[in-house]
Design a protein around this ligand. Structure first.
Ligand code: 5AD
Ligand code: SF4
Length: 432
């Protein structure tokens, strides 16, 4: 029996797909190459922008003939769009066997058993016993590479940014216990991970009492994960500027990876728009956090997310965003056109920036961001960089740049590569 998992959306969604796969893998499923050779497909959806949701819905539709070819197949739809549209998905797509929203991920193993036990048994009879089924081969589902493992430390979000659907589909923050996170990170390091990616919607707001009742905060957790045997790097995504404080900056000093690159979403450079977005900072406050990081770690790289065309955004507001980007000098940027999400505060306002204006601002923003991204890559040419080998002569630098090289490759090793050129935002180099 074979399982294919498709994850849309952020790294948390990709990491969740590992958890979603687990009960099926435990039942003897192993990874398929694609839907065609799969008996079960898990489609983990995203709803952050309309486009993300549309892609997921269109794939559900396209899996109808897949299911009709063999009605014994199992289709599970999970994640953020499943949370938002659950009942509608069941009605609109009767070929879906189980819809599990993002808020139910902790209950998922039980839900999947309840909903599908009979079906699994039928599957096992018709397709060979569990005993014969191989364990999942290759890369664990939800891992970015055999050398890089995600560890989810918190779920949900306590903020209420006016454009954002996440708090409503993922609920309020809940933190995984200190010991649970460390045990998972240790197990993943023992399985070969050299880099641990700590994940949460506002990852650095994590806090939890440990087994002795002592409250632990994110900086301590970060250091404890970095101290695990075999862990060479730790990253975290995405931090909220509010929790970038002295304690975090002090902790970063001991953590390769975390002190070399930070991805921190800005969203806008206009104080007026940031206020309407209900971000809890202004442009100066955001830049102050960045300056403090750069004072402590002069070569730290920063990447960010920006939204253009938020309701009422003027040309002047947009000019502030361009100005702030000039000061931020991001090594890469994910820039998005505003997409109204039903039920959010800003969706009650008119989506009044015309489509062509959004398009034009996106293009102008990308042109500025491309200049910084290309500059950061060009500055590395001729230099020796430390790369964590992810296999196939591909890996990433400590500060997050992709690298391909000619020469030997062994997953999980750290190697020094001399950068010689750039192609498609990837450094090309040679082994030293
Ligand atoms: N429209 C456009 N972009 C959005 N993002 C979140 N919500 C919206 C929306 N309604 C972007 C933000 C966030 C990233 C994950 O997606 O930039 O940081
Ligand atoms: Fe998409 Fe947000 Fe859900 Fe991630 S948390 S899958 S970005 S809606």
């Amino acid at each position: 029996m074979r399982l294919h998992v498709v994850a849309f959306g952020c790294q948390m969604s990709v990491a969740d797909s590992g958890e979603l796969a687990a009960p099926l893998l435990a039942r003897g499923f192993r990874a398929a190459d694609g839907p065609d050779d799969a008996d079960a497909v898990i489609l983990n959806t995203c709803t952050v922008r309309q486009h993300a949701e549309d892609r997921a819905l269109s794939l559900i539709g396209r899996l109808k003939p897949w299911k009709e070819r063999d009605p014994g197949r199992v289709l599970i739809v999970s994640g953020c769009a499943a949370e938002r549209l659950g009942g509608w998905i069941r009605e609109r797509f009767p070929h879906v066997d189980l819809v599990v929203g993002a808020k139910s991920i902790e209950d998922y193993p039980r839900l999947v058993e309840e909903a599908l036990a009979a079906k699994f048994d039928a599957l096992s009879e018709s397709r060979g016993s569990f005993a014969q089924a191989e364990a999942a081969a290759g890369l664990p589902i939800g891992w970015t590479s055999a050398a890089v493992a995600p560890v989810t430390i918190m779920r949900g979000c306590n903020y209420s940014c006016s454009y954002c659907i996440v708090p409503s589909v993922r609920g309020r923050e809940s933190y995984r216990p200190y010991e649970t996170v460390l045990a998972e990170a240790r197990a993943k390091a023992a399985a070969g991970a050299r880099e641990i990616l700590l994940l949460g919607q506002t990852v650095n707001s994590w806090r939890a009492a440990d087994a002795d009742g002592r409250e632990r905060r994110f900086p301590e957790l970060l250091k404890a994960v970095a101290a695990i045997d075999g862990v060479a790097r730790v990253r975290f995504e995405s931090p909220h500027p509010h929790f970038v404080d002295d304690a975090l900056i002090a902790a970063l000093a001991d953590v390769p990876g975390a002190r070399d690159h930070v991805h921190m979403p800005l969203q806008s450079g206009s104080d007026r728009v940031l206020g309407l977005m209900r971000r809890s900072y202004g442009a100066a406050g955001f830049m102050d956090k960045i300056s403090r990081l750069r004072e402590a770690f002069p070569s730290i790289e920063v990447s960010t997310d920006i939204i253009v065309g938020f309701p009422t955004e003027t040309e002047d507001d947009f000019a502030r965003t361009l100005e702030l980007v000039e000061r931020l000098r991001p090594s890469w940027t994910y820039a998005f056109k505003y997409s109204p999400r039903e039920g959010t505060e800003s969706a009650r306002e008119a989506d009044d920036v015309p489509a062509e204006v959004k398009e034009d601002r996106l293009a102008r923003l990308n042109a500025v961001c491309d200049r910084f991204a290309e500059g950061a890559l060009a500055a590395r040419i001729g230099r020796a960089v430390e790369v964590l080998d992810e296999g196939g002569a591909y890996g990433r630098t400590r500060d997050g740049f992709r690298v391909k090289w000619k020469g030997p490759s062994e997953t999980g090793s750290l190697r020094t590569i001399r950068a010689r050129g750039v192609s498609k935002r990837t450094l090309l180099g040679e082994c030293e």
